[in-house]
Design a binder for this molecule. Structure first.
Ligand code: EPZ
Length: 418
């Protein structure tokens, strides 16, 4: 197990380019199984979630090779339709493999992914939608057995704009017979990316990014080469790091409109932000003011994946802030670790009441999940003195070379084996 040793109190200066989006690359890799031809997903980030998804594809019989930073997938020989429990436990989001396995094999068996550190994470919306497309589903002994004679287009309405369910529906409907109209779809930029990728493979999908997506089933999909969108959550994490530490940085690769309300909230804190094309410059000098209220919402609302990072920022701003986590039941588990650094935060259910303190002090803290771990790193960068952040396996799931990128921005951070 590794840890970060961080000397806090340094301002950040310089520029950083965002990696390809983890939450786009994962469904894109799942979609590779839809064709027997070669697919290349370019500039895949070297993060463990991507390595895990590659392993899932290999267990299904596909060949996955990482070459010059790209993932090259050949699934001509894929024949298995079962995903083991160890892999679904490791990568919850593998549940959207159901859609692509059903498209390819008309069968799929997957261990029930179950909850994780941030909440229960049910998959009822996924399963109800697949049933609408003609899939019969039975859940037994912790496994989900799915099969269908064929997939038939249908009208589907999602009660909640679930990202994963929307992706599963696209993957299951692209080669279904007839038209599928999905209402109440998630509108995240990663959904638009999946639509563009599927269309590059010969699918006929339209409307992603809006509430209604229409999928005209096609007979066959072909290979493609595709460059995914950049990671708006990684980009947002670096912007918040600069807000917290002070200084001036430029983050490139991500359009401002993909960051939802983040830029508005950072301006509310008192940061100066300029955007041009896919470049976002942020400057932060002097003590910032707390955001009175941050409520996480589906896109284009404030992203839940930046909630922990903004709580860390608010813990050293002037005043008080109410942070409301509307998407996941237990996404404040990182708070006790921030309290070890002197943060004054009270959690009640889905609400965190933050009272800004003048500054945090270094401490030994442990990451418990991906974005909570990122928040601890940001807090340590802004804290007075030395901090240690343990259990970096969570951070490695979604951030490639976080310490290298922060070091290039002037942070005093090193990664050591424990
Ligand atoms: C995706 O998870 C992301 N993961 C998450 O990012 C992100 O936090 C989340 O979307 C919301 O934006 C990937 O894309 C790999 P949801 P997903 O289905 O698809 C409820 C990160 O840190 N729900 O939109 O699992 C669910 O309980 C990760 O990168 C149902 O009730 O999110 C939750 O309350 C964390 N029934 C809400 O919807 C269902 O069938 C949002 O879930 C499905 C979801």
């Amino acid at each position: 197990m590794d840890k970060f040793i961080i000397e806090g109190g340094r301002r950040l200066f310089g520029s950083v380019r965002a990696q390809s989006a983890k939450n786009s690359v994962l469904p894109l890799l799942a979609a590779c199984i839809l064709t027997e031809e070669r697919v290349t997903v370019r500039e895949t980030p070297p993060i463990t979630d991507v390595a895990c998804m590659a392993q899932i594809l290999r267990e299904l019989g596909a060949e996955v090779v990482f070459r010059d930073g790209n993932a090259v997938v050949d699934s001509a020989n894929a024949g298995d339709h079962r995903i083991s429990s160890s892999l679904t436990k490791e990568l919850r989001s593998s549940v959207f493999m159901l859609g692509s396995l059903l498209s390819r094999f008309h069968r799929a068996v997957i261990a029930y992914p179950g909850g994780c550190d941030i909440g229960l994470r049910p998959i009822d919306l996924h399963l109800n939608a697949l049933k609408r497309l003609g899939v019969s589903i039975c859940e037994r002994d912790g496994y989900i057995y799915c099969e269908c004679e064929k997939l038939t287009g249908a009208e589907i309405v999602l009660d909640f704009p679930s990202v994963g369910a929307t992706e599963n529906i696209l993957l299951a409907a692209v080669e279904a017979e007839g038209r599928t109209v999905l209402e109440g779809a998630a509108k995240e930029p990663e959904i638009v990316d999946l639509q563009n990728f599927l269309n590059a493979m010969g699918a006929n999908v339209a409307g992603a990014g809006s509430d209604v997506i229409v999928i005209e089933g096609v007979k066959k999909l072909h290979g493609a080469e595709y460059l995914p969108v950049k990671d708006r959550i990684e980009a947002g994490t670096f912007l918040i790091a600069c807000a917290l530490c002070g200084g001036e940085i430029e983050v490139s690769g991500v359009k401002s409109e993909s960051l939802g309300l983040l830029l508005h909230k950072l301006r509310e804190n008192g940061c100066k932000i300029h955007t041009k094309n896919d470049k976002i410059r942020i400057a932060s000098y002097g003590r910032l003011k707390c955001n009175r209220r941050i409520e996480t919402m589906p896109f284009p609302g404030f992203p839940t994946d930046l909630q922990a990072q903004m709580t860390a920022l608010n813990s050293v701003c002037e005043g008080g802030a109410l942070i409301v986590e509307n998407l996941f039941e237990t996404r404040f588990k990182y708070v006790p670790e921030l309290q070890k650094m002197g943060a004054d935060i009270e959690v009640k259910g889905r609400n965190a009441f933050v009272r800004g303190v003048k500054g945090l002090h270094g401490a030994s803290v442990t990451a418990g999940d991906l974005r909570g771990g990122a928040a601890l790193v940001l807090a340590a960068l802004g804290a007075e003195g030395t901090s240690e952040v343990y259990d970096l396996s969570h951070i490695d799931r979604g951030y490639s070379d976080m310490q290298g990128k922060l070091k290039n921005l002037g942070a005093e951070i090193k990664r050591v084996r424990v």
